[in-house]
Design a protein around this ligand. Structure first.
Ligand SMILES: [Zn+2]
Ligand SMILES: [Zn+2]
Ligand SMILES: [Zn+2]
Length: 225
């Protein structure tokens, strides 16, 4: 790892934890700090052209990734995307469905169609920054109160698990702010969640979402262009 000089078997998971700590302003003594703008999930640096990453999502099977980052590490996408007990870090590039909406099913077909081409990918932990700058019509819990609530699918793609935040040693007061609806969707075996003090923070958030300033989906790029 070029930031902390540790020898690590899985740079994707290792770097993800550096990035989460940087995003939550959790201090860490590093030889070099994580990049400030959309850091690369493999090397942690910002703005290197070789770190551009593209993703091709296919109907069946794992997506393909394309990047020239020198720290590029081949990993099992579906496993990493889901997170596991031993490797909870879900630092993976994803396809932003606000930038690249999935088309509705064609008449007479049940499955939604994904056009299998490479598109620019966003690392999961960079989704907050991406939505804040590129999808200004949406609110982001803990960051921007104005705007429409993010579609569930998008919010799920950027939501962090408790375990990945614990493993990255993020102090609980800096954990990701939840949405009201997250509590209803919490797993039925909720004894763990009920005890969690973080819930009180979520519950004390203002429950009304401002609905002014809502713009049509496609407008963000034209607005920024
Ligand atoms: Zn490191
Ligand atoms: Zn990189
Ligand atoms: Zn997007």
């Amino acid at each position: 790892c070029s930031l902390c000089e540790a020898k690590v078997p899985d740079i994707r998971s290792h770097m993800g934890q550096h990035i989460l700590r940087a995003l939550t302003n959790t201090p860490e003594s590093l030889k070099e700090q994580v990049g400030k703008v959309l850091p690369c999930g493999f090397c942690g640096k910002s703005g290197l052209p070789e770190c551009t990453i593209r993703i091709k999502v296919v109907a069946n099977g794992p997506p393909s990734l394309e990047t020239k980052c020198i720290y590029h590490f081949v990993f099992k996408y579906k496993f990493a995307d889901k997170g596991s007990k031993n490797t909870p870090c879900r630092n993976v590039p994803i396809r932003c469905t606000l930038c690249h909406p999935v088309l509705p099913p064609e008449p007479g077909k049940s499955s939604r169609k994904i056009i299998p081409t490479f598109v620019d990918a966003i690392w999961r932990y960079n989704m907050v920054e991406h939505v804040l700058s590129q999808h200004q019509e949406y609110s982001v819990p803990g960051y921007r109160e104005t705007g429409a609530p993010l579609p569930a699918e998008v919010w799920e793609s950027m939501r962090l698990t408790d375990l990945e935040q614990t493993t990255a040693r993020i102090p609980k007061e800096r954990w990701q702010v939840r949405r009201e609806a997250d509590k209803e969707n919490a797993p039925a075996s909720g004894s763990r969640t009920r005890k969690r003090p973080g819930l009180e923070t979520a519950a004390s958030l203002p429950s009304k979402r401002p609905r002014t300033n809502v713009q049509p989906l496609q407008s963000s790029h034209t607005l920024l262009a």
